[in-house]
Design a protein around this ligand. Structure first.
Ligand code: HEM
Length: 430
C-alpha cells in the first residue's frame, strides 16, 4: 500500500512541486501565487500576473487572474476539470490507475470536481435535486434554529473568550450538510477532523508527510461511509444518501465508487468551504464597524454583504483546467494538455470589473459578479446553501452579541487553495 501511495504522491505532488520550485527560481509570477510564503496575502501576486496579460505562460503551466479570461476558461467546452493536474497525459493515465478507489480525494475521478460529460452530467443530475433553490429555501428555518442553538450553547457558559471557528463557524455547516445527507450528527467532530486533513489533498506540491495525513483521513472516511451505506441500505431514511443508494442499487446510473466519492465530496464541500465564508465574513465586519452598523440597522443588506465577502476573501482561491486541444484565451494561444491555473481570488479583484477592487464594500452593486463559486458546468452545487448558511450565521451572531470584538490576533489556515481562519478568538460583554 505504501508503494502505491508513494507512486501517487510522486506523480501528483512531488513532480509538480519540483516544477513549482524551479518556476520560483526563474521568478515566474505564477509560482509566486501558489508559493508557501504567499498564503496569507496572495493578492499582490494575482495583481502581478494580471498586469502581465489575460493569460500568462510559465514553462509548464499557465495562469489567469483576469475576470473575463477566468470566466471564459471555466465556461469553455474545450477545457476540462481534472484529472489532478499532472502536466502530461501519460502521467495522468498512470496516476488514475495508481489511485486507490478506497482513498479517493476530492479532486480524484470520479469525484464531480474531476470528471467531464457525460459522466459529470449523469452524476450531477442525481445530486442536484437536493440543492434546488426551493429545497434550500425550505431549510431556512432549520438553519436558523441550529444557529441559535449553537449561540445558546456559547452563551450558557459565558466564556471570557471563545473561538468562532470551533464553536460556531465550523459546526453549523457540518451539522446542516450531515442532516441533508443522513450522516449521524455525533459523527460531526470526526468528520471535521477528517475533512481538514483530506482537504490538504487540494494543495499544490504537498509534502509526503501531509499527503500521508490526507490519505489516511480519506481512507478512514471511505471505510466509515461503506459501513454507513450498508446500514442505510438495511434501514433507509428520508435523506440524500438513502436516495443515492436506492439509485445505485436499482439502476446502473451510479457505481459504488461513484456513490461513495459523491457522498464524501458533497459532505466535505458542504463544510470545508462554508466555515471559511462565515469566518471571513465575521473578521471583515469586525474590521469595518461602520458597515456592520449599517447591516444591523438594515438587515436587508446581509445577502449582498455575503456576496462581497465571497468576492474579496474567496474561500476557494484557485482551481485548475486543462484544454483538450490547442485553443486560445483572449487571443493568447494555449496548447492542448497544458494546465491552466484559474485564480478565482484574483479574478474577483480585477479592476476591469470591480471598482477599487481591494476595498470591502458590503453595498457594492455588482458584488455578485464574483467567480467564488466558479462558473460553467462545475458551478458550485451548494452555492445557495452556502449563501443561506453564511447570511443566517453572521446575522444571528451579531444580533445575539452586538458587542462582539476580537480577543486576539486571528490565525489563518495553512492552505493556499482554501482560504479562511484556523482560529478567530472573540469576546463579548455578558
Ligand atoms: C462558501 C462556500 C462554498 C464555496 C466558496 C464553494 C466553492 C466551490 C467552487 C469554486 C467549486 C467549483 C470548483 C471548480 O470549478 O473547479 C465548487 C464545486 C462544488 N461545490 Fe461548492 N463551495 C461552497 C459550498 C458548498 C456547499 C455548502 C456544498 C454542499 C452541497 C458544495 C458542494 C459542491 C459540489 C458538489 C461541487 C462540485 C460541482 C461539480 O463539479 O459539478 N459547495 N464549489
Amino acid at each position: 500500500m505504501i508503494a502505491r501511495s508513494a507512486a501517487v504522491w510522486a506523480m501528483k505532488y512531488a513532480l509538480p512541486g519540483v516544477g513549482l520550485r524551479a518556476a520560483a527560481r526563474r521568478g515566474e509570477a505564477i509560482s509566486l501565487a501558489v508559493a508557501p510564503g504567499i498564503r496569507h496575502d496572495p493578492f499582490p501576486a494575482y495583481d502581478a500576473i494580471r498586469a502581465q496579460g489575460p493569460l500568462v505562460h510559465g514553462r509548464f503551466v499557465s495562469a489567469t487572474a483576469s475576470h473575463s479570461s477566468a470566466d471564459a476558461v471555466l465556461r469553455s467546452e474545450v477545457f476540462r476539470a481534472g484529472p489532478t493536474g499532472a502536466p502530461f497525459r501519460a502521467l495522468d493515465r498512470l496516476l488514475s490507475a495508481a489511485i486507490d478507489p478506497r482513498a479517493l480525494g476530492p479532486d480524484d475521478p470520479p469525484s464531480l470536481l474531476a470528471i467531464a460529460p457525460p459522466e459529470h452530467t449523469r452524476i450531477r443530475r442525481l445530486v442536484s435535486r437536493a440543492f434546488t433553490a426551493r429545497a434550500i429555501a425550505a431549510l431556512s428555518a432549520r438553519v436558523q434554529d441550529l444557529a441559535h442553538e449553537m449561540l445558546d450553547a456559547i452563551a450558557a457558559t459565558k466564556p471570557a473568550t471563545f473561538d468562532l471557528i470551533d464553536s460556531y463557524a465550523a459546526l453549523l455547516p457540518v451539522t446542516v450538510i450531515s442532516e441533508i445527507l443522513g450522516v449521524p450528527t455525533q459523527m460531526r467532530h470526526q468528520f471535521l477532523v477528517w475533512g481538514n486533513q483530506a482537504a490538504l489533498a487540494l494543495e499544490p506540491g504537498l509534502s509526503w508527510r501531509d499527503y500521508r495525513r490526507a490519505d489516511a483521513a480519506a481512507r478512514n472516511a471511505h471505510a466509515w461511509l461503506d459501513e454507513h451505506i450498508d446500514r442505510l441500505r438495511r434501514n433507509p431514511g428520508d435523506d440524500l444518501l438513502s436516495q443515492l443508494i436506492q439509485t445505485a442499487d436499482e439502476s446502473d446510473r451510479l457505481t459504488h465508487t461513484e456513490l461513495r466519492i459523491t457522498a464524501l465530496l458533497v459532505l466535505g464541500a458542504g463544510f470545508e468551504t462554508t466555515v471559511n465564508l462565515i469566518g471571513n465574513a465575521v473578521a471583515l465586519l469586525l474590521a469595518h464597524p461602520d458597515q456592520l452598523d449599517r447591516l444591523q440597522r438594515d438587515p436587508t443588506g446581509w445577502d449582498n454583504a455575503i456576496e462581497e465577502v465571497l468576492r474579496l476573501d474567496s474561500p476557494v482561491q484557485i482551481t485548475l483546467r486543462i484544454p483538450n486541444s490547442d485553443t486560445e484565451v483572449a487571443g493568447v494561444p494555449v496548447r492542448g494538455g497544458r494546465p491552466v491555473v484559474v485564480m478565482l481570488g484574483g479574478a474577483n479583484r480585477d479592476p476591469d470589473v470591480f471598482t477599487d477592487p481591494h476595498r470591502f464594500d458590503s453595498t457594492r452593486p455588482n458584488a455578485r459578479e464574483h467567480l467564488a463559486f466558479s462558473a460553467g458546468p462545475h458551478f458550485c452545487l451548494g452555492a445557495q446553501l452556502a449563501r443561506l448558511e453564511a447570511a443566517t450565521a453572521a446575522r444571528a451572531l451579531f444580533e445575539r452579541f452586538p458587542d462582539l470584538a476580537l480577543d486576539d490576533q486571528p490565525t489563518r489556515r495553512d492552505t493556499r487553495v482554501l482560504r479562511g481562519y484556523q482560529h478567530l478568538p472573540l469576546r463579548t460583554g455578558w
